[in-house]
Design a binder for this molecule. Sequence first.
Ligand code: 5AD
Ligand code: SF4
Length: 439
Amino acid sequence: MSEPKKLFIKTYGCQMNVYDSERMAEALGGQGYVETQSADDADMILLNTCHIREKAAEKVYSELGRFKGLKAEKPDLKIGVAGCVAQAEGEEIMRRQPLVDLVVGPQSYHRLPEMEAKTRQGAKALDTDFPEEDKFEQLKKRPKAKRGPTAFLTVQEGCDKFCAFCVVPYTRGAEVSRPVDRILNEARDLVERGVREITLLGQNVNAYHGAGPAGDMTLAQLIWQLDKIDGLERIRFTTSHPNDMGDDLIEAHGTCDKLMPYLHLPVQSGSDRILKRMNRSHTAESYLRLIERIRAARPDILMSGDFIVGFPEESEADFQATLNLVEEVKYGYAYSFKYSTRPGTPAAERPQVDLAEADDRLQRLQALITRDQRSVQDSMVGREVKVLFEKPGRLPGQMGGKSDYLHAVHVDDADVEIGDLRRVRIVDSAANSLRGVLA
Ligand code: 5AD
Ligand code: SF4
């Protein structure tokens, strides 16, 4: 038997890319590849790239440059670029970096096996189409191997919202929902292999409207279907848009025990003027009222969000409105980013905020967010929470996992196994994690 070929995938960006990388590894498994953790012994290197912020394309080019030596030593080594930079740059990647053999956009991953075969014949392979066929169906079924207790499952892709700063509608394309039965089959299969928590993924996941047996289903209806799967203990979803937060989804947060009390609901800014310029089609006020309704359904829900500071034309007063909104919501987690120009998006053409000013705002916002995150995390001390144990902790004898609220929790010298879901009393809160004892 010939030695299996080795595949090294480096994943950048969001959880959807993590999921896609898994599926690409599985698809190439059919071509005789096994994954390796090091580029040095790989027969194929794939960079699964992200284009959302910063000089994403430049980073990819410099990373590719580093493989020059490897390729010289090993002429059979194939190098590929996948993900949103591949979609955005296309052929340009091969022009600028001739050592690249393969460029594949996110909608064409099911074509990877043919593309790989083409590169083995010495040709270049490029595919950045938005094909008609369902890539998830075409991708090889997940192998039956046992796996860890948590998994991602992409249910929706693409976005029709066209926020003025965002490349997603261009790189991932129009919004598409996967049919219900396929998602349920994939979920059952994951559970059979040891998964106890599934995070449903989509760029605009709560706009989900996949085909069900009797017409389209909403995300809440899909969650209730997943709720029936024995052995599946926890359901999460991300990322949501405020305008797609349907009544049934809010209600499910109060009534579905498997749906975790955590909601990532990006608002981006607290200023109505900026929200309008961002094409967000909600106001700060409507967002706050929405959170009130969500908290009425599930009072202990942990809210999480995303913010952009230094969006074109953002004034100090606009930024103050963002700080006020953060004060009001009291996020358990929040992610803040300095605006980064994405060529081809509407905001790219507008007057930019001074960079030093944007840096200063980012620091002030992050200080406020850190304060709230810490106080929400500290408020867990003394409480009993459920923890799904995922992996050994940093110190010998420690085991770590996540609480329902997604806080990292570890216990010392306890009799727990990976995959156990146990009640834990929280005794201490450190910078980024909680310590507990089995209850
Ligand atoms: N600049 C800065 N942040 C951005 N995001 C998306 N596009 C940009 C951009 N051009 C942020 C948003 C989004 C998160 C995933 O990334 O906050 O919610
Ligand atoms: Fe991008 Fe999200 Fe806006 Fe869609 S809703 S355009 S993915 S920020």
